[in-house]
Structures are given as structure tokens and as C-alpha cells.
Design a protein around this ligand. Structure first.
Ligand SMILES: C[S@@+](CC[C@H](N)C(=O)[O-])C[C@H]1O[C@@H](n2cnc3c(N)ncnc32)[C@H](O)[C@@H]1O
Length: 404
């Protein structure tokens, strides 16, 4: 007869090792957050999940549960420094017979622990502070904050009712009872404001001004900014006295799933006909959109754009950049040259080239050289200082305060 594995002691050992790895990697510094990672049982928040496989081709995820994988393997994966997916395409997973999933769009997860602790450290909390979290997800990061600050100091908002219900159960099982709200976290929590700290674990295209209004002057708003092409990075804003917030990008790499209400529309828009627009040559090919530095600049310069590559009738690869009713189409010319054909109200590739010139003139700085200023009317990402070159973030009319 084989003995049942002792889940609690295996989990405690794995937690200890995860904590040490995060500390060795320079992600976890403060004793209080270290104690939280050592104490909070991540496996209680990820009883069933999907993990990305290394299968070639389309990204594929495989299900992991104690029943499918064995308790010890499930625990090992629950304490890996990995993102564990718990929902795709906004739909609940049928766990009666879970199958590998490909070509889907993850909509909820337990975030990579290294990123969770980086954000918690960057939040600069002190005892007695209250925190509003947007994106409860599995509840794991909520639990870490409850351990650090006390559950009474923590409010967390989740837009998806099924996910929120599972997080509530997991938090309760672990003995934490923070204030949990089901709703659109972009509106914040006017009833619980003011908060000392606001942290979002979903990405946003612009900073919801409600977060600034609901965070105390001197307080911090920490979130990832992203567009429909890529992430811009993690930004930490300090709130001022006049509903203004300002701060720098503190890391350029993290990418979060975008807030559901800000996700790109399903349709990419009209593909321009072969004769539409005006052509010229350009030294900037499609890889300008995907390389780390120039891709960051492209996201700033064309905040509403998306792109894809598709062969034309004669087989020539065409990269379409579409933004509202404007377009740029790139096709190979010769050597390092490309043809760009542009049309619509904005010459997208001209705008991108101007921004790239500005960036290159400043020695191609890293994202951490950029900062963000938020007011009730406007939001800008700047290079170097608030007076430096800047790019507007796309803000819908409902998120600007016309009385300000
Ligand atoms: C990356 S997951 C959160 C990870 C979580 N903090 C954890 O540790 O498990 C992002 C979550 O944000 C939620 N979300 C997306 N848009 C939202 C919104 N507008 N308001 C609140 N939650 C939102 C998603 O449903 C998803 O559960």
C-alpha cells in the first residue's frame, strides 16, 4: 500500500524553495513580502489550471489537476514560477473531461510569481495602509496582500462573477476575508475610497481617472500600460493634490492580459484594396513593430493600431497596419528597403517614423526612461521628463472630466 502524499508538508517545502528562488533572482527583498510568499498556499488558489506546453506551432496549454497529473506533480507545477491559466475566452472550462487547448485567448490566470512579487515590492506599502486591487483572478495576490497588511485593509475587484466566486472560496479556505467586489474595476470603488495604494493585475490602455481620484494624495497607482500591439510596461504613479498623477515606467517587460472592457474589437476593420493609398519607400520593415525598442515606440506612436501579415494574390507577403480608417501596407522592395502604401486620415508610417527619429535622437532609450502624466483631461507618456517629447494615450470621452 502506498502512503498518501502529505500535501501540506510538500507544499510548505515547495513554497520555501519558490521564496528562495524569487529572493535569489532579486525579485523579493522585504522580509514582510518574503514571509507572505512563504505562508500563502498558492496551490489552494490553483486547484485546476492550464499550463503552456512547449509543443511547436500554435500555443497549446495542457490541463493540470491532482487527478490528472498526480498530487505531487500538480503541487510542483503550482509552485513553479509560471503563469497558470484558469480561463480562456471568458468562458468557464469544462473540467469533467479537460483536453489540451490551442489557439485560445487566456482571460484569467494566477500571474507569474516573479511578476506578482515585483509589483508588490514596487507598491511600497507600509503597515496600516489600505489597498484596492483590480483583477482578483485566482485570489493569490489578494491573499499575499491580506497576509502583509491584514484582510481588513484589502479590497479586490473582479469583473467575472465565476472567477470572483472561486477566489472568494479559496480566500475563505485560507482564512482571509478581504472586501471582494464583483464589477468593472475600471470604475474603482468609490465606496471604499480613499485608498493609499491602487494596484491593477490586468493591463490598461490608459489610466482610469477613477483610480487617481480614489487614491489619496501622495498615494500610489501601480499598473501595466498596454496597447493592442504590445505591453508598454509597469508604471508607478504618485497621486498629486489636483487629481493629477505622475511617475515613471519601473519595468518595461511585464505583460498582463488587458482589462476586458478595453480589449480590441474582434474585427480588424476593412483591408484596403490593392490600389488604395500613396506609396513610397521606407527603411523600416515589419520587424520594426516586433523588436523590443522600436515596437515600444510603435505602440506609443500608433496607440489604436493592430497589424497582421498575409500573402497577396501573387504570394508577396503584405503587412497590414490598421487603425480606425487609416492604413499602412508594407511589402518587400530590395535589400533593406520596403514599400509602404498609406491611406486614410492619418499617415501611420509617417507618424511612426517621426517618433522613431525622436527616440533615436535620444540614443534609443529603454522604456524605464519614459514616464506618464495623468490629468482629468489628458494622459501622456513622455521621454526623459514631463517637458520632453510626449505621446498621448487613447482616452475615451467617458473617462475625461470635462469640468476639470
Ligand atoms: C492576470 S489575472 C489576475 C491575477 C490575480 N491577481 C492572481 O494573482 O491570480 C487578471 C484578472 O483581471 C480580471 N479583469 C479583467 N478586466 C477587469 C476589470 N475591468 N475589472 C476587474 N477585473 C478585471 C480578469 O477577469 C482576470 O481574472
Amino acid at each position: 500500500m502506498t502512503a498518501e502524499p502529505d500535501i501540506d508538508s510538500i507544499a510548505a517545502d515547495l513554497r520555501y524553495k519558490l521564496t528562495a528562488r524569487l529572493a535569489d533572482a532579486g525579485r523579493l527583498h522585504s522580509p514582510q513580502w518574503r514571509a507572505a510568499v512563504e505562508a500563502v498556499p498558492r496551490h489552494e488558489f490553483v486547484r485546476r489550471f492550464y499550463r503552456e506546453t512547449d509543443a511547436p506551432g500554435l500555443t497549446t496549454w495542457a490541463p493540470v489537476t491532482p487527478e490528472l497529473s498526480g498530487a505531487e506533480e500538480w503541487l510542483r507545477q503550482a509552485y513553479a514560477d509560471d503563469t497558470l491559466i484558469t480561463q480562456f475566452d471568458g468562458r468557464e472550462i469544462d473540467w469533467t473531461d479537460p483536453q489540451p487547448i490551442s489557439g485560445a485567448h487566456p482571460t484569467s490566470s494566477s500571474t507569474l510569481p516573479a511578476l506578482v512579487v515585483t509589483m508588490l515590492e514596487e507598491l511600497h506599502v507600509h503597515d496600516g495602509m489600505n489597498v484596492m486591487e483590480i483583477g482578483t483572478g485566482t485570489g493569490y495576490s489578494t491573499a499575499l496582500m491580506c497576509h502583509r497588511l491584514g484582510a481588513r485593509q484589502v479590497t479586490s475587484i473582479e469583473t467575472d462573477p465565476d472567477i470572483a466566486a472561486r477566489a472568494r472560496d479559496a480566500l475563505n479556505r485560507c482564512g482571509y476575508a478581504p472586501r471582494l467586489i464583483v464589477g468593472d474595476g475600471l470604475a474603482g470603488d468609490p465606496g471604499g475610497a480613499p485608498y493609499d495604494r491602487t494596484i491593477a493585475t490586468c493591463g490598461v490602455r490608459h489610466i482610469p481617472h477613477a483610480w487617481v481620484r480614489q487614491t489619496r494624495p501622495g498615494g500610489i497607482v501601480l499598473t501595466t500600460l498596454r496597447g493592442w500591439m504590445r505591453s508598454l510596461g509597469l508604471v508607478r504613479l504618485t497621486v498629486g493634490h489636483d487629481e493629477r498623477a505622475e511617475g515613471r515606467l519601473v519595468a518595461g517587460d511585464p505583460s498582463f492580459m488587458i482589462a476586458r472592457q478595453q480589449d480590441a474589437p474582434e474585427s480588424l476593420g476593412m483591408i484596403p484594396g490593392p490600389e488604395a493609398g500613396v506609396s513610397r519607400s521606407t527603411p523600416y520593415g515589419p520587424d520594426t513593430l516586433t523588436r523590443p525598442g522600436s515596437g515600444f515606440v510603435a505602440q506609443l506612436a500608433m496607440p489604436g493600431a493592430r497589424f497582421f501579415t498575409m500573402p497577396a494574390d501573387d504570394g508577396t507577403p503584405c503587412t497590414y497596419v490598421l487603425d480606425d480608417e487609416s492604413f499602412a501596407v508594407l511589402t518587400p522592395k530590395s535589400g533593406d528597403e520596403w514599400h509602404v502604401r498609406q491611406g486614410g486620415s492619418v499617415a501611420l508610417w509617417d507618424v511612426l517614423e517621426d517618433s522613431l527619429d525622436t527616440w533615436r535622437a535620444a540614443d534609443s532609450p529603454m522604456p524605464t526612461e519614459f514616464g506618464v502624466t495623468v490629468t482629468a483631461k489628458d494622459q501622456r507618456v513622455w521621454l526623459g521628463s514631463p517637458d520632453g517629447p510626449n505621446w498621448r494615450l487613447p482616452i475615451p470621452a467617458e473617462d475625461t472630466d470635462s469640468s476639470a
